[in-house]
Every structure is written in structure tokens, then in C-alpha cells.
Design a protein around this ligand. Structure first.
Ligand SMILES: NC(=O)c1ccc[n+]([C@@H]2O[C@H](COP(=O)([O-])OP(=O)(O)OC[C@H]3O[C@@H](n4cnc5c(N)ncnc54)[C@H](O)[C@@H]3O)[C@@H](O)[C@H]2O)c1
Length: 433
């Protein structure tokens, strides 16, 4: 099949790579010239396991092409995916300007029947807006269909998630579109049928419902962790105690210093705005967001409680990305903690296995180190924000020998307090004594 993809970010590139690998002809469009230039050489600026290898192989086989020629991209394919970013506006609503701009390009260039599907996360009603925009740009009467195919990949395992999806949700209006999606996803659907067809509005809402459900579990767990601290319980025991109930399960109930990333925070806020616009007061959804905003300050509050004043104290930070296996720093709790430390006169030095370059784009004045132990030199305490593999079983003797005060603030509950105690390290974590 011939497929066009607008937007070469996490979602667009993974979609393009996976569809091209199974033999489709994919044309990718982006309006970032610098990015396009690199992509043409198979170089990507995001860290995503396997992605670069697949892209390079597809470029070699001529199964994939990168361009800024929207006319060519629109006319070449029957199916067009919109994968541009939908960042939050100040009021929490999703910014659809990029989606609408792509719809205008499609409307201006469409030359025959096409399916135009969103993969971007968009509020309910966006497909209707896309249809209206395309119609308003048409120069002649041309048949086209809009669809919603929300993407559920997780950064860090995006290629694997796309290749072996749990489900493929598609919102469509016709049998013709259904057949095209069945054929397109055939190679990813062999083990058993994972396609779930529904109406477009339900597909759009499904994506927000999934992310809000996941965010709710995290925020509820963080609230329970804060209660555990108040009453002298250990949230890690509680986690195991409730996770063993199959109705609850172990996923997404890890307490920590808050959720981040490009999806959960913005999607929770956007769903709240959708409800608000309908005149519905979504109390749980607002609370999920508020609890998370507070939770991003929990580690900082512990630091202030421990030190009183932090002016000229020096802190080493392990982990910057919002989760392991990605260099994505969007809404990462680390950024909030570092800003608060800086604002209160503390010195900060950071270590992350792969996110330093991204970090430096925003925090030019913060020093970094390329060794997880050297970063500790002359520091008063260590702060952990991301549960990278290499932090899981560190050399505690070495940590102790380098820190001025034997002090760890762990926003991810990575260690067993009993083990840390053996090293005489003072350990502050989430929801545990
Ligand atoms: N990142 C994820 O894990 C993830 C997962 C599922 C869904 N989503 C959703 O998918 C969408 C894209 O997310 P992302 O993380 O891939 O974003 P991204 O910021 O990584 O990539 C978006 C790309 O679109 C390009 N772009 C913007 N306007 C354009 C235009 N008019 N024409 C062509 N290209 C344009 C940008 O230059 C950028 O390369 C968002 O709605 C997001 O919520 C993201």
C-alpha cells in the first residue's frame, strides 16, 4: 500500500518505520527542515530502540521517503495518517492548529479517494473538524473519508508495541474504510484479531480514557503513599498487597515523584477541558492532575524539611527523562525539582545515560557529568528521578564515599531501605518510613 504520514516525531516515525518494514511504500512529511535533512540520511534525534535500524533498512530498500512536498505526499497515497503534535494550550485544551494546517494541505491537494486518519491524540469532534476543513479547501467534488486510529505505543518500547499491539482501535464510518484498515494492519494482526472497529467519536475518546485511567492509578497510588507516610505504613507493602488482587493488578501502581511525558499530563488536562466544554464538571479527572502537580514537589519538600535552607548546598541528580529508555523530557518531574532547587539557591549537577543533550537545550547553565559516580563528587545529597536499569543495584560504598552527607532522596523507591541501612546511608523515598 501507499501510505502518507504527516509528522515525523515519535508516533509518525514509528508508524512509518513499521509500515515500511512490512513492504508498504511510505512517504513522510515534516515541516521541520533540519529534521528532514537528518531523516533523509537515516539519522533520528529521538532515542527509541530499533527505530533507527528499521528506518535505515527501509531507506536502503527505497520503501520510505522523507519530503516537505505536501502536494506530492497527498497525491501519492490512498491512506494518509496525521501524526503531528497536539500540545496543550494554556487552558489545558489540545492545540489543534497543526492538525488543521495539515487538513488544509490535504484539502488543497487531494486528487481522488483517500482515507485521512488521525493517529495524533485529538479531542472528540476533531475528525469532524478535519472533514470540514478539507471540504472548505476542495477545488472540485472529491470523495474522501476521515477516520480515527489512536496510537497506543509507549516510548521506550514503541517499535515493539506497534509490531505486536494489544489492540488496534479504529473509528470509521464505512465498510470500504474497514476493509482498507484490515488489509493495512494484516501483518500486525496475525496472532489473533486485535482490530476493534467503532464509531469515530468513541475511538477519539478511547485514547483519552486509556491515558486518564493510567494517570488515575498513578495519582491514587501517590495519594495512598502520602497517607502511608502520615500513618507510618510502607506503601511498597501496600502495593504488593493490592496488586495481588487480579481485579487491580500490578501495572501502573508504582508510587513515585509524579507522572510526566508528552501524553499523560496533557491528555488528562484535555479530557477535563472536553468535559468542561460540555458543561460537565469532571471532578476525578481534575483531582488526578492536581495530585500529580503536588507530587512533583514531594521530593523537593522532603529536601527542604531535611535541610531547612539549601542555599549553596550541592545536589547530584540521577535521571532526567520522564521514564527509562527514552530521552523525552516533556513534563518530566526532574525539571520541576531542578527548577525548585535552583530557585532556592542550591547548586545542581546531573547525570542521565541518554537525555543530557535534550536537557541542555532547556537548562544551559546546569552542569552535567558522564559518569553516575563522578557526578556525586562534592555533593551533599543524591536525588533519583528516573528508574534507569543502571541505577537499580549501585555500589553503595562508592556512593557513600563520594557524598558529603550520606543522603539519598529517591523519587522512584528503587532500593530496599533495609539494605541501605546497612551502609549507614540516610534514605528518603516515597510512602515509606
Ligand atoms: N509520544 C508518544 O508516546 C505518543 C503516543 C501515542 C500518541 N501520541 C500522540 O501523537 C501525536 C504526536 O506525538 P509525538 O510524540 O510523535 O510528537 P512529536 O512532537 O515527537 O512529533 C510531531 C512532529 O510533527 C511535526 N509537525 C508539526 N506540524 C506539522 C505540519 N503542519 N506538517 C508536518 N509536520 C508537522 C513536527 O515537526 C514533529 O516532527 C500527539 O498528539 C501525541 O499526543 C504520542
Amino acid at each position: 500500500m501507499k501510505i502518507t504520514i504527516f509528522g515525523c516525531g515519535y508516533v509518525g516515525l514509528v508508524t512509518a518505520a513499521c509500515f515500511s518494514q512490512v513492504g508498504n511504500q511510505v512517504i513522510c512529511v515534516d515541516n521541520n527542515e533540519k529534521k528532514l535533512k537528518k531523516l533523509k540520511q537515516g539519522v533520528i534525534d529521538i532515542f527509541e530502540p530499533e527505530l533507527e535500524n528499521i528506518l535505515k533498512a527501509s531507506i536502503k530498500k527505497k520503501n520510505i521517503e522523507f519530503t516537505n512536498d505536501t502536494a506530492k505526499a497527498v497525491t501519492s497515497s490512498t491512506i494518509i495518517f496525521i501524526c503531528v503534535n497536539t500540545p496543550p494550550l494554556e487552558n489545558g485544551d489540545a492545540d489543534l492548529s497543526k492538525i488543521i494546517s495539515v487538513a488544509e494541505s490535504i484539502g488543497a491537494n487531494i486528487n481522488g479517494f483517500k482515507i485521512i486518519s488521525t493517529k495524533s491524540t485529538v479531542p472528540v469532534g476533531t475528525s469532524r473538524k478535519i472533514k470540514k476543513t478539507i471540504n472548505s479547501c476542495l477545488k472540485a467534488k472529491i470523495k474522501f473519508e476521515v477516520a480515527s486510529n489512536p496510537e497506543f505505543l509507549k516510548e521506550g518500547s514503541a517499535v515493539k508495541d506497534f509490531m505486536k499491539p494489544d489492540r488496534i482501535v479504529v473509528g470509521i464510518n464505512s465498510n470500504q474504510a474497514k476493509k482498507i484498515f484490515q488489509e493495512l494492519y494484516g501483518p500486525f494482526n496475525r496472532n489473533h484479531d486485535k482490530l476493534i472497529f467503532m464509531d469515530i467519536e468513541s475511538a477519539e475518546l478511547t485514547k483519552y480514557a486509556a491515558n486518564t485511567m493510567l494517570a488515575s492509578r498513578i495519582s491514587l497510588m501517590n495519594e495512598l503513599a502520602n497517607i502511608a507516610e502520615c500513618v507510618g505504613a510502607d506503601i511498597e507493602h501496600v502495593r504488593k498487597g493490592i496488586g495481588s488482587d487480579p481485579r487491580i493488578g500490578y501495572n501502573f501502581i508504582y508510587p513515585g515523584c509524579g507522572y510526566g511525558g508528552s501524553c499523560l499530563p496533557k491528555d488528562v488536562k484535555a479530557l477535563n477541558m472536553t468535559a468542561k466544554k460540555c458543561g460537565y464538571d469532571a471532578k476525578i479527572i481534575q483531582a488526578v492532575n492536581n495530585v500529580n502537580e503536588n507530587q512533583k514537589e514531594v521530593i523537593f519538600n522532603k529536601i527542604m524539611k531535611r535541610f531547612g535552607k539549601i542555599k549553596n548546598k550541592k545536589f547530584a541528580v540521577w535521571g532526567l527523562s520522564f521514564k527509562p529508555n527514552t530521552n523525552d523530557l516533556r513534563e518530566a518531574p526532574s525539571k520541576k525539582i531542578i527548577e525548585l532547587l535552583k530557585k532556592n539557591g542550591a547548586k545542581v549537577i546531573v547525570y542521565d545515560p541518554i537525555s543530557i543533550n535534550e536537557f541542555k537545550k532547556e537548562f544551559k547553565d546546569i552542569k552535567s557529568c558522564d559518569s553516575m559516580y563522578e557526578v556525586l563528587n562534592d555533593c551533599d545529597a543524591l536525588i533519583i528521578n528516573t528508574e534507569w536499569q543502571e541505577f537499580k543495584s549501585p555500589n553503595f560504598k562508592k556512593i557513600k564515599s563520594k557524598l558529603k552527607e550520606n543522603l539519598i532522596f529517591d523519587g522512584r523507591n528503587m532500593y530496599d531501605p533495609k539494605i541501605i541501612k546497612k551502609y549507614n546511608i540516610e534514605y528518603h523515598c516515597i510512602g515509606r518510613k
